[in-house]
Design a protein around this ligand. Structure first.
Ligand SMILES: Cc1cc2nc3c(=O)[nH]c(=O)nc-3n(C[C@H](O)[C@H](O)[C@H](O)COP(=O)(O)OP(=O)(O)OC[C@H]3O[C@@H](n4cnc5c(N)ncnc54)[C@H](O)[C@@H]3O)c2cc1C
Length: 316
């Protein structure tokens, strides 16, 4: 018989921590087993902002993003979560209404048809979205999980054959699911960011059209309390984690085209993270194992986090 009140969550990135909180706060006895602590995960590389990017399918991502948006609204009212709402302008190279606008309450679309200062043919939307400052938010999630009675064990799981049929496992291992569960649909999306010193005059923005010679670079600026995160890139099937100095220069140049003051800010560091790309986010019961999966969130792990965690609860 399945021990339905005891759950093991694999992974302590944003997906693992959020799922573990939702389950622990529902009264389950939850243990996290993770190879890396939150500060060493892909989740710690993200800026992060609420924005459905490189995550599929659109209809589910839209629903999960909306639910997370509502949760972030609540969290922004609580001191110490690292969640706040900021104006954010995204520039497109098309006038077609983007699908992800439906995930955003109408009141948070502040302005439409905003002209790009770089190319007047590009228009954008000024939105009001959640900023999730990861150096504050991940420790907040960790503490909230512990306060709900959760336990954490740091250990790498090497194979699934040892999973006992009477224990429920929730798999939130991100890119680690590729080798652990032999998922060939999972692929890395390499993303480089440059952190520069904070400055009050710099505004949050992003481009949503391809840049760079291979069309896999973008410009984004996310001002936080500790630094400004400049991006970026989304290079599919690249798994190197060493920053490319040429790309660092291009990122600064792309961002400074929009906000020239960026050029004079001191660089702190360049870092690379590997987004867990997948044709579809996998939130479902494994057909052969006592496992519920929650991984493959691409560039939107924070954006869909609360929606996906609730989906796991529903499956349970
Ligand atoms: C540059 C960059 C910018 C981004 N910006 C944003 C943004 O603005 N907004 C947004 O929503 N998203 C953003 N993302 C995407 C987001 O970071 C990811 O979707 C998210 O971090 C995925 O979280 P996760 O918890 O599923 O995976 P991870 O954070 O990778 O965590 C996986 C966990 O599983 C553990 N694990 C793996 N294998 C094993 C194993 N065998 N045994 C035990 N434990 C294991 C790891 O140690 C880790 O704890 C960005 C990503 C990058 C790289």
């Amino acid at each position: 018989m399945t021990d339905s009140r005891n759950i093991t969550v694999l992974g302590a990135g944003v997906s693992g921590l959020t799922t573990a909180i939702v389950l622990a706060e529902k009264g389950y006895q939850v243990k996290i087993i993770t190879k890396e602590l939150p500060k060493n995960t892909t989740s710690a590389v993200a800026a992060a902002i609420w924005f459905p990017y490189e995550a599929f399918p659109e209809n589910k991502v839209s629903t999960w993003s909306y639910h997370s948006f509502r949760e972030f609204e609540q969290l922004s009212q609580i001191e110490g979560t690292g969640v706040s709402f900021i104006p954010f302008t995204t520039y497109l190279d098309s006038t077609v209404r983007p699908w992800w606008l439906d995930a955003l309450p109408e009141t948070h679309i502040l302005e439409e048809k905003v002209k790009s200062p770089v190319n007047p043919a590009h228009v954008g939307y000024k939105l009001k979205v959640p900023l999730i400052e990861t150096p504050i938010y991940l420790p907040y999630l960790w503490n909230r999980f512990k306060a709900a009675g959760g336990e954490v064990i740091q250990k790498e799981i090497k194979q699934v054959s040892g999973f006992e049929a009477d224990k429920i496992i929730v798999n939130c291992t991100g890119l680690g699911s590729g080798s652990l569960f032999k998922d060939e649909l999972l692929y890395p999306i390499q993303g480089q960011v440059v952190k520069v010193e904070p400055s009050s005059n710099i505004k949050a923005m992003a481009t949503e059209y391809p840049m760079g010679k291979d069309g896999d670079e973008i410009a984004y600026v996310i001002p936080r309390q500790d630094c400004i995160v400049l991006g970026g890139s989304a290079k599919k099937n690249r798994s190197a984690t060493t920053p490319d100095s040429g790309l660092t220069d291009r990122i600064i140049s792309y961002c400074a085209d929009f906000q020239p003051a960026i050029k004079s800010l001191n660089i702190r560091e360049s870092i690379v993270g590997l987004r867990p790309g997948r044709p579809e986010i996998r939130v479902e019961k494994d057909p052969n194992l006592p496992v519920i999966h929650n991984y493959g969130h691409g560039g939107a792990g924070f954006t869909v986090s609360w929606g996906c965690a609730r989906e796991v609860l529903k499956i349970l």
